[in-house]
Design a protein around this ligand. Structure first.
Ligand SMILES: N[C@@H](CCC(=O)N[C@@H](CSS)C(=O)NCC(=O)O)C(=O)O
Length: 283
């Protein structure tokens, strides 16, 4: 009957549309709405529960335009938080508690320069929580990650791919089925992380993206560490076709990166030292 057909269609379309239909409207003109949304206290996030039973939330911190990602095993309730932000720790914990999840690991994609990580404060608030960061980051954490390491949550896991270039310690976290990758600041949607401080190197970044991210399956969903225009998700196929920087040959890419002329992140002088020790609250 019609109801059954409609529910089957919805189920079929769900992974394609990715967001709950009501949230799809928020995708349009999101840049113009971001300030308004944050003022009204509404959370801008994307929802997914795929057939493998990974529960997923994309959370946004509007001051630094940082994405935090929550992934959990829907059965065991074990959860991982990628790139938590100090200012939104209570929001994240509220959601984690509402969903009945057990937060096991707070994993950073790198030592951030623009905001303070929430890992240290989370460790104070969640008994047994472990922090994780690349061993090449210069920072301290409970779990020091190397290429190929995995972070498990229930029957699921994230695999570490080292993607240096924005910083030496940048990593991309890839789900076990390679359907999602969390690229931090190595690859942004139609952009990439800057390479003008913290060991930044445009040649290294180009190699990382081409060899470690663009080699993932074309349908792999790419979730960046930031977005300044309201974009939420991309795919390997899309970025290999439309990324205005990384589709260029290496020499042109290097020229683009040398001429970005971006102002220094406002919080760099407090964020970097704090993030070397897991945020203001220490490991
Ligand atoms: N205005 C922001 C900093 C914006 C910025 O520099 N973003 C970084 C990632 S955070 S270090 C970046 O790599 N941007 C690339 C780009 O093309 O925009 C602030 O003051 O915090």
């Amino acid at each position: 009957d019609m109801a059954l057909a409609a529910s089957r269609l919805k189920a079929l379309l769900s992974p394609v549309l990715h967001c709950k239909p009501t949230r799809l409207f928020a995708r349009y003109n999101v840049a113009a709405k971001t300030a308004q949304l944050s003022k009204s206290g509404l959370r801008l996030y994307c929802v997914r529960m795929d057939s493998t039973g990974v529960l997923f939330r994309q959370l946004f911190e509007p001051e630094s335009c940082t994405y935090t990602y929550l992934l959990a095993d829907a059965d065991t309730k074990e959860a991982v938080l990628i790139d938590p932000v100090l200012e939104t720790v209570d929001r994240d914990l509220k959601l984690i508690n509402e969903l009945g999840l057990k937060l096991k690991v707070a994993a950073n994609t790198h030592c951030h320069a623009d905001h303070i990580t929430g890992s240290g404060l989370l460790k104070q608030k969640v008994f047994g929580l472990k922090s994780a960061i690349s061993k090449n980051s210069g920072a301290t954490a409970d779990i020091m990650l190397s290429d190929g390491d995995t972070i498990s949550f229930g029957k699921h896991s994230l695999t570490v791919r080292e993607t240096p270039g924005h910083t030496d310690g940048c990593v991309t976290y890839v789900t076990g089925d390679q359907s999602m990758a969390f690229t931090g600041d190595a690859l942004l949607i139609r952009g990439c992380g800057r390479t003008d401080f913290q060991q930044g190197c445009s040649q290294k970044l180009y190699k990382s993206v081409h060899q470690r991210i663009f080699t993932l399956p074309g349908h792999c969903l790419l979730y960046p560490g930031h977005d300044y225009k309201g974009q939420t998700v991309s795919t390997v196929d899309e970025e290999t076709k439309f990324n205005p920087r990384l589709t260029k040959p290496l020499d042109e890419f290097v020229k683009i990166m040398n001429n970005l002329n971006l102002p220094k992140p406002a919080k760099i002088d407090i964020a970097v030292p704090a993030n070397l020790v897991c945020g203001l609250h220490d490991v």
